[in-house]
Ligand binder design. Structure first.
Ligand code: PGA
Length: 255
C-alpha cells in the first residue's frame, strides 16, 4: 500500500505571493511528519511560485484541473504537459464544483483522466453523490456510474496509478462532513468496484481519499476508518496550522 495521501485543494484562493507564503508555512511545520504524502494544489497562477517554495522538501505539487489535449485552440485551458513542466505530479479531476458549476460531464472527466495518466500525472478522480441522491438511496448507483464512465477502457496498470476521492456533494464547504462509517461504506463500494474492474492488487494500490468539511476536529476519526487512505481538504487547507494538524492525524504516534 502507498502511504496515506493528504491533499490541500486551495480552490480560487490566494495570489501568487499569498500561496507561496502558505506553502512556506506548511513546509516549516512539516519537520516531524513522516510517512504521509502531501500534495498542495494552488490556483494555476501560483503553481510556479509554490513549486519554488517546496523545492527540496517532500511536499508535492498538484493542479486543480487539467485539459485533455496536449495543445491547441482551447482558450483558457491548461494541458497536462504544461502542468508537468510547472512541477505538478498530480491533478484533481472531476471535482464536483467543476461538474456542477462548469458543466463537466462524465465523458470529459474520462478524457482528462486518460490524458493525465498518459502525461505521467497522477489523477485524483473525484466522485460523490448529492444529498437528494443519498436520500433516495442512490449513492452506490451514482458512484458506480461515475467510476464506470471515468475509468472506461483503462487497464490494470493505469488503475493502480490513480487515486480516488470520495466527496459527497452535500459535505463540501457545508461544515457537515460524512461520518467515518458513512465514508467507510462508500469507500468499500469503490474498492469493490476497482477489484471487479482490475483485480485485487490494483484495487489495493489505489488510494481512496475522503473529502468534504474535513477539519482538525474530525480528521482523527476519519483517518482511523480502515478504508480511508487519505483526505482531500478544501477550506481547512488554507490555514497552515489546521492543515498540519489534519496531516498529523495519519501519523500514528501523534494520534
Ligand atoms: P471543503 O472542500 O474541505 O472546504 O469542504 C473539500 C473539497 O472541495 O475538496
Amino acid at each position: 500500500m502507498k502511504p496515506p495521501l493528504v491533499v490541500g485543494n486551495w480552490k480560487m484562493h490566494g495570489t501568487e505571493s499569498e500561496a507561496a507564503m502558505l506553502a512556506r508555512q506548511i513546509r516549516k511545520g512539516l519537520k516531524q511528519i513522516e510517512g504521509v504524502e502531501i500534495v498542495l494544489a494552488p490556483p494555476f497562477t501560483a503553481l510556479s511560485a509554490v513549486h519554488k517554495a517546496i523545492r527540496g522538501s517532500s511536499l508535492r505539487l498538484g493542479a486543480q484541473d487539467v485539459h485533455w489535449e496536449t495543445e491547441g485552440a482551447f482558450t483558457g485551458e491548461i494541458s497536462p504537459r504544461m502542468l508537468r513542466e510547472a512541477g505538478c505530479g498530480f491533478a484533481i479531476i472531476g471535482h464536483s464544483e467543476r461538474r456542477r458549476l462548469f458543466n463537466e460531464s462524465d465523458v470529459t472527466v474520462a478524457r482528462k483522466v486518460f490524458s493525465a495518466l498518459h502525461a505521467g500525472l497522477t489523477p485524483i478522480l473525484c466522485v460523490g453523490e448529492t444529498w437528494q441522491e443519498r436520500k433516495r438511496g442512490m449513492t452506490a448507483r451514482v458512484i458506480r456510474r461515475q467510476l464506470r464512465a471515468a475509468l472506461k477502457g483503462l487497464g490494470k496498470s493505469a488503475i493502480e496509478k490513480l487515486d480516488i476521492a470520495y466527496e459527497p456533494v452535500w459535505a463540501i464547504g457545508t461544515g457537515r462532513n460524512a461520518t467515518p462509517s458513512q465514508a467507510n461504506e462508500v469507500h468499500r463500494w469503490i474498492r469493490e468496484f476497482l477489484r471487479n474492474l482490475a483485480g485485487n492488487q490494483a484495487a489495493m494500490r489505489c488510494r481512496i481519499l475522503y473529502g468534504g468539511s474535513v477539519r482538525p476536529e474530525n480528521a482523527g476519526e476519519l483517518a482511523s476508518a480502515p478504508e480511508i487512505n487519505g483526505l482531500l481538504v478544501g477550506g481547512a487547507s488554507l490555514k497552515a496550522k489546521d492543515f498540519l494538524s489534519i496531516i498529523r492525524s495519519f501519523v500514528p504516534e501523534s494520534r
